[in-house]
Write a protein that binds this ligand. Sequence first.
Ligand SMILES: *Cc1c(COP(=O)(O)O)cnc(C)c1O
Length: 350
Amino acid sequence: MAIIRACVEKMTGYTPGEAAGNPRTVKLNQNENRYPPSPRVAEAVARALGGLNLYPDSASRRLRRAAADLYGVAEESVMATNGSDEMLLLLFRCCCSPGDEAAGFRPGYAYYATLAAMNDVRYRPIDFEGEFHLPERLDPGRAKLVFLANPNSPTGTLFPESEIRRLLDAVPEGLVVIDEAYADFAGQSAIPLLGEYANLAVVRTFSKGYSLAGLRVGLGFARPEILAQFEKARDFYNLDRLAQAGAEAALRDRDWLEKTTRLIVASRERTAGGVARLGLKVYASGANFIFCRLAGEARAERVFRSLREQNILVRHFGNPGVADCLRISVGTDADMDAFLIGLEKALEQS
Ligand SMILES: *Cc1c(COP(=O)(O)O)cnc(C)c1O
């Protein structure tokens, strides 16, 4: 008798970008924010330390209230989760039975396929067309869930609202999940479409724009009747007191978010210009990273290794179609200067 479910035994675990062992490493491989979070986060977390003997609010009411105010939706349309990963897991847990199908666009975030595998769901990749456009003919098949990150990772592509609407119209039987992990850098969201589309779910995170990857907080937005079901299936105390207090403080400090995202967007454009001047193809990005193409897979691999030897970590994906590309997170201006110097050297050597 097998103890482990076959779908789990067969699956390959998700491989996150490698963590840096050295504090001097220029770490540009996981799209973390290199600016600190709002100072109000530390103050709120310090205050919350006094209550650690008590259970947290299971419903994360204050955080959800702040999110509902900010995004102009009802509190019942917001759910707070332990990283956006928990929201993604709940989508599979609540919407898919074993043997069901889910779909997502390729190249895209690899974790959707990992979650599908662990829930015994078949995951069907749908290839983008040309330079990462949604296909002319959108056919979701029998997919219960269709994932699109906007802006997309690893490509950085920002899809206009008209394309999101086209996707929502093409999936009448399933739920369209717009993963807005990088939307704070793009200033565009599908949340206002919730009133019009019952088949929409939007996932946000505090890990990128708010610089709180270590706190593990995400938000999910959908119609109240959908979230009421998800609420039953989540961990009962999914967010601890520190996470709830810190995320709420971050959400309320609009000036900090605007100031730091503006700096990152300016560095992104400057870096993209520098990379293009070195002769690489750079794709337009609405996120806190750039995606560029080199002349061939072997060259991309050599440049990746050369950067790594110089203590500069970027992301190289081995997948077909993007194996000649590199994804570079946008850090501070000093990080990006170091990267551009390192890249020039790596290109000379490769
Ligand atoms: C970084 C990222 C997330 C965030 O995950 P968390 O669990 O909230 O840290 C989600 N989706 C995509 C596409 C991402 O790149």
